[in-house]
Ligand binder design. Sequence first.
Ligand SMILES: Nc1nc2c(c(=O)[nH]1)N[C@H]1C(S)=C(S)[C@@H](COP(=O)(O)O)O[C@H]1N2
Ligand SMILES: [Mo]
Length: 206
Amino acid sequence: MTPISRGFRGRRQPEGAAARLPPGQYETRDFPVLSAGPTPRTPLSVWDLTLRSPDGQSARWTWDEFVALPREKITVDIHCVTKWSKFGTSWEGIAIDTLISAAAARGVKTASYVMARSDGGYTTNVPLADLTNGKGWIAFNYGDAPLPPEHGGPARLLVPHLYFWKSAKWVRELRFMENDTPGFWESLGYHNYGDPWREQRYAGDE
Ligand SMILES: Nc1nc2c(c(=O)[nH]1)N[C@H]1C(S)=C(S)[C@@H](COP(=O)(O)O)O[C@H]1N2
Ligand SMILES: [Mo]
């Protein structure tokens, strides 16, 4: 046996990248913009975020209140259903766990499903369990800079373990629902859940 050389490790690297890539995806180094409509530009002075119970009870944060909540740094791989994946994206945002705790203190009750609603009317549905226990955030910084409008600024949902269409840009509301209801892409033939590792791209996949 020869000792592992630098050269050997160098040749191993593509395999490492392949292991990080869900089936059918390729790695990209740029950050493509995918938006179903025009980029909304809501001034921070009127921006707010609402969490809403099935019974209509709600908690609302202005921009200043929102960014004063305890924040987290997140570095994750992201996977778009159009087959690009981007490794090691770095964000800063508020965990959905943090928002839910703060909303609970104001009488907001969660439910098994969540509809995210954005400026411009985009919606996407996600099970509550996929947003809690450190699995979902509302991100407002990308790298060390404010999230650019085309990528969902001032703030977007970040649910990196599901296809990136679940990460609603320009998010303004999370509505808790007892019954699952399809969002925008989910009602147009995309998979209801969207796990990239199970390649759940379209309704009927698995
Ligand atoms: N509000 C809104 N959010 C959205 C979309 C959109 O069209 N509108 N597109 C989704 C899709 S399909 C993808 S792949 C990602 C793209 O995010 P990006 O433009 O920052 O790469 O946003 C998701 N969130
Ligand atoms: Mo996408």
